[in-house]
Design a protein around this ligand. Structure first.
Ligand code: SAJ
Length: 415
C-alpha cells in the first residue's frame, strides 16, 4: 500500500519535524494540533519551536504544498500520534492526550487505515489506544479490540531522536516497529521506509513500549551514577571531572557527566512509567530518579554557601534550558534552581539564557532579572553554571577569576 496522505497528530518537538521530513519525501502531510498559534505559524511556512534547520525544511514543505496544518482532522491513509505523555500525581502516567487524539481522529478513520503511536508510553498503552478507537468506531475492527478479523492497523513506533539533532536522527536512527499484529508491523515498516535510512526492526507493541522506556532509564541510571559521584567527590575534595576523565580511560568504562539534575520531557519522566508498572521490582530505576531529582537541591545549598561569602551577593544563573543549545525549559533543573534561589532571598538573582527573549512565567514577579552574559559578568560576584551553552563554553578563565563559581557542568574545571 502506497501512503499518499499521512496525518501527524501533535506538532511539537517530535510531530513537526516528523511531518516535515515525510512531506519532504513528496507525501501529502496534514498536521493536526490543538494550538491555533502553532497551526497558523506552520501554514505561513514558519516554526514555533527551536530545532536546528527545522525552519528551512518546514518552509520548503509548505511552499511545495506538501505540508499543511489544521485543527480539524481529515481522512488520510495513516495517522501518527505524537502527543505529550506527562505524568500525573504520584508519577502515574497520564494518557489523556493519547485518548483525546484517538477521539479526535476516530470520526475520519476508514477501513485499512494505519494508526501509529509515537509518543513514549507505558507498557500496554497501544492496546488501550486500539480499545479507545474500537469504542468510538464499532463499525471498524481494531486488532486485539474486536473479535472480528482486523481491518484496521495499529502500531507503536517510539521516537528516539536527540533534541538538537532531530532531523538527522529521524532519518539515520534505527526504528523499532511494535505492531499489534504482524500485518501492522508490515504496514508501519512500509511507511517508515519512506524516510528512515536506519533499520526498521519489528517486534510486538509491548516490547516496543518497554524498549523506549528502557533506553531512557539506562541513560538516567548512568547520569545518576555520575551525579552521585560528584557529591561524593565534593565530600572527599576530589575533582570529579578529572576523576571521570581518568576512569573513562578504562576500555570498558564510560561514565556520563554530572550536572544540576536531569530535565526535559523524556529522561526525567519515562523511568517513572516503568516504576509505575513494576513498583517493587524497579528499585535501581526508582533510586536513580530520586538521586537525579535531588541534585537541584544540592546545587542550591552550594550556591547559598557561596553567596554567604558576600555582604551583597549578586548571583548570576547561567542557563535556564534543560540542556545545551536548545530553548526547551520543560522539567528544567536549571529553571527550578533559579526559582529556588529567588525564593531563598539570598541576594539579587540574575538569569542568562541566550535561547529565550523573555523571562519564563515561573520566574516572573520573583525579582529575577533576565540579562545578557556580558551584563552578568559585569554585575555578579557569584556565577552558577547550570547549562553548557556554546556562549558559556567560550568564556575564558580571566572572565570569571574574580568571581566565586559554582560550576555544575565542569566548564571551568574539566580535564
Ligand atoms: N544529562 C546530564 N549528564 C549527561 C547527559 C545528560 O546531566 O551526561 C542531562 C541533560 O543536561 C538533560 C537531561 O540529562 O537535562 C537529558 O538530556 P539528554 O541529552 O540525555 O537527553 P534528551 O532528554 O534530550 O533526549 C533523550 C534521548 N535518549 C537517550 O539518549 C537514551 C533521546 O534519544 C530520546 O529520543 C529523548 O530522550 C526522548 O524523546 O525520549
Amino acid at each position: 500500500m502506497a501512503f499518499k496522505k499521512v496525518s501527524v497528530v501533535g506538532l511539537g518537538y517530535i510531530g513537526l519535524p516528523t511531518a516535515a521530513v515525510i512531506a519532504s519525501r513528496g507525501i501529502e502531510v496534514i498536521g493536526i494540533d490543538v494550538s491555533q498559534r502553532a497551526v497558523e505559524t506552520i501554514n505561513q511556512g514558519k516554526v514555533h519551536i527551536v530545532e536546528p534547520d527545522l525552519d528551512m525544511v518546514v518552509q520548503a514543505a509548505v511552499t511545495m504544498g506538501k505540508l499543511r496544518a489544521s485543527m480539524t482532522p481529515e481522512p488520510a491513509d495513516a495517522f501518527m500520534i505524537a502527543v505529550p505523555t506527562p505524568f500525573k500525581e504520584g508519577h502515574q502516567p497520564d494518557l489523556s492526550y493519547i485518548e483525546a487524539a484517538a477521539k479526535a481522529i476516530a470520526p475520519v478513520l476508514e477501513k485499512g487505515n494505519l494508526v501509529i503511536l509515537e509518543s513514549t508510553s507505558p507498557v500496554g498503552a497501544t492496546e488501550k489506544l486500539a480499545a479507545w478507537l474500537q469504542e468510538q468506531r464499532p463499525d471498524l475492527h481494531f486488532p486485539g479490540a474486536s473479535n472480528s478479523e482486523p481491518n484496521m492497523f495499529v502500531a507503536h513506533c517510539p521516537e528516539r531522536v536527540l533534541p538538537g539533532r532531530v532531523l538527522e536522527e529521524l532519518v539515520s536512527n534505527d526504528r523499532i516497529i511494535g505492531g499489534l499484529t504482524a500485518k501492522c508491523c508490515e504496514m508501519a515498516t512500509e511507511l517508515y521506509k519512506t524516510f528512515v535510512r536506519g533499520e526498521c526492526i519489528s517486534t510486538n507493541a509491548r516490547t516496543a513500549e518497554m524498549a523506549k522506556l528502557t533506553e531512557n532509564s539506562f541513560r538516567d541510571v548512568n547520569i545518576a551514577f555520575a551525579n552521585e559521584l560528584s557529591i561524593i567527590c565534593d565530600k572527599l575534595k576530589i575533582n570529579v571531572w578529572e576523576l571521570i576523565a581518568l576512569a573513562n580511560r578504562h576500555p570498558r568504562v564510560n561514565i556520563l557527566s554530572p550536572g544540576p539534575g536531569v530535565g526535559g520531557h523524556c529522561i526525567a519522566v519515562d523511568p517513572w512509567f516503568i516504576v509505575d508498572s513494576a513498583p517493587d521490582e524497579a528499585r535501581i530505576i526508582r533510586t536513580a530518579r530520586e538521586i537525579n531529582d535531588h541534585k537541584p537541591e544540592y546545587v542550591v545549598s552550594k550556591v547559598k554557601a557561596a553567596a554567604d561569602q558576600f555582604k551583597r551577593p549578586i548571583v548570576a544563573c547561567l542557563g535556564l534550558a534543560f540542556k545545551a543549545d536548545i530553548d526547551d525549559l520543560r522539567e528544567s533543573p536549571a529553571l527550578d534552581i533559579t526559582c529556588e534561589l529567588a525564593n531563598a532571598n539570598i541576594g539579587q538573582i540574575l538569569a542568562v539564557e541566550p535561547n529565550i527573549q523573555e523571562l519564563p512565567g515561573k520566574l516572573q514577579g520573583q525579582g529575577v532579572e533576565l540579562v545578557s552574559l556580558q551584563q552578568a559578568l559585569e554585575m555578579a560576584n557569584v556565577l552558577v553554571v547550570l547549562v553548557d551553552h556554546k556562549p558559556f563554553k567560550a568564556l575564558h578563565s580571566n572572565d570569571i577569576n574574580t568571581k566565586v563559581v559554582v560550576d555544575t557542568r565542569g566548564l571551568f574545571s574539566r580535564f
